[in-house]
Write a protein that binds this ligand. Structure first.
Ligand SMILES: *Cc1c(COP(=O)(O)O)cnc(C)c1O
Length: 350
């Protein structure tokens, strides 16, 4: 019997795609990163520094009281060779919102955008060709060395923008995922649902590891109170020809930029877009004939092939990549990589 949050080694290699030689997503970093600090009064100038370890006091607020939030966005190379950041403004607005919720200081949206732009400029040679991209991870942490500050925010803070060249997320082609459905326990607390914070990830982790061990799933879809929420790291959409259904932004889950982009592209194509409560019963009815997909920056739009509900496998549609999923995924990738029109001006060229 493994301890609750450990998997047998053979399971880990299977789930991490240990078959191919490319570095695993998130483990390779560009030579430079963006950096800024807040000393309690003012933000430093933004700078780009070598990607390296930095010193922190062991009493730092983030280590004890969890004052941290982050973003995840991508820069893509176009066939012309230029590099564009996808929906930079939306991501920086969300970072500012998350910072407010974890009581951390945050620079203006304009400064945040400038820091990310400067970071990408500094490492532009390291942006891979599609289907690879440069994954960007702005991270904000509370740095006051004060373990007495349990009930007060960190006055000082550090902001850094890690850049990670990433390959094709699905090197062997798009593979439908196997997803567990948790019908009792919630992913996180209601007041933190829409905050992009590591705290939400550790809260979901115990449940996710239990499902991985028991059912060999990639992720868990949380459906507390009989209503679909999201998985530990991505939003969920139900798809059918000319139709897309997804839960409404009620603060209980992360307002994904990919979710918004897919809904907008679907609407542009004349789809009926329904943002409304989706019950577990409706999910069950959708499974045999429909398509289900997850949205998120890392995996774009990823088909769900199997849902495990109450320990039983349910094959979604024919278990393969559905045509609606493939169509919307291609449409989104075309905007991101500058190979299709960009009517909403989502792509910010560096
Ligand atoms: C980041 C994140 C998503 C996806 O958001 P995108 O903006 O589409 O990348 C979904 N759920 C959670 C919990 C997240 O942290």
């Amino acid at each position: 019997m493994n301890p609750p949050c450990r998997l047998a080694p053979e399971t880990i290699s299977r789930q991490a795609g240990g078959m191919n030689d490319a570095p695993r997503f998130g483990t390779r970093f560009a030579g430079s990163m963006g950096s800024m600090t807040f000393d309690g009064t003012a933000w430093s100038d933004s700078s780009v520094v070598p990607t390296a370890s930095f010193e922190m006091h062991p009493a730092s607020h983030v280590f004890h009281y969890g004052s941290a939030c982050f973003e995840g966005l991508k820069a893509h190379r176009s066939p012309d060779g230029d590099v564009g950041i996808f929906r930079l403004d939306r991501h920086m607005e969300r970072l500012a919102g998350s910072a407010t919720r974890v009581c951390l200081p945050v620079p203006s949206i304009e400064v945040l955008e400038g820091l990310v732009m400067d970071t990408v400029k500094a490492v532009i040679e390291e942006v891979p060709e599609p289907a690879g991209s440069l994954y960007l991870r702005p991270t904000l942490i509370g740095t006051d060395p004060d373990i007495g500050a349990a009930g007060s925010p960190s006055g000082s803070a550090r902001l850094f923008v890690l850049a990670s060249p990433v390959g094709d997320y699905f090197p062997g082609g798009l593979r439908p995922l196997r997803i567990g459905v948790e019908t009792q326990r919630p992913r996180t607390t209601p007041q933190f649902g829409s905050v992009k914070a590591g705290a939400n990830y550790v809260m979901a982790l115990g449940v996710t590891m239990e499902y991985r061990r028991r059912f060999d799933v990639a992720q868990v879809l949380f459906v507390p109170d009989g209503r679909i929420n999201e998985t530990g790291a991505s939003n969920v959409v139900l798809l059918a020809p000319g139709r897309i259904v997804t839960p409404p932004l009620d603060g209980s889950f992360l307002p994904g930029v990919t979710r918004d982009s897919v809904l907008t592209l679907a609407s542009d194509r004349g789809f009926e877009v329904e943002e409304r409560t989706v019950t577990l019963d409706e999910l069950r009815e959708w499974i045999p004939g429909g398509e289900i997909a997850l949205t998120g920056t890392a995996a774009v739009l990823t088909p769900v092939g199997t849902l495990v509900i109450d320990g039983e496998d349910h094959i979604v549609g024919d278990g393969d990549v559905g045509p609606v999923t493939a169509e919307l995924r291609a449409a989104l990738v075309a905007v991101q990589t500058g190979t299709g029109p960009d009517p909403h001006e989502w792509r910010r060229t560096v």
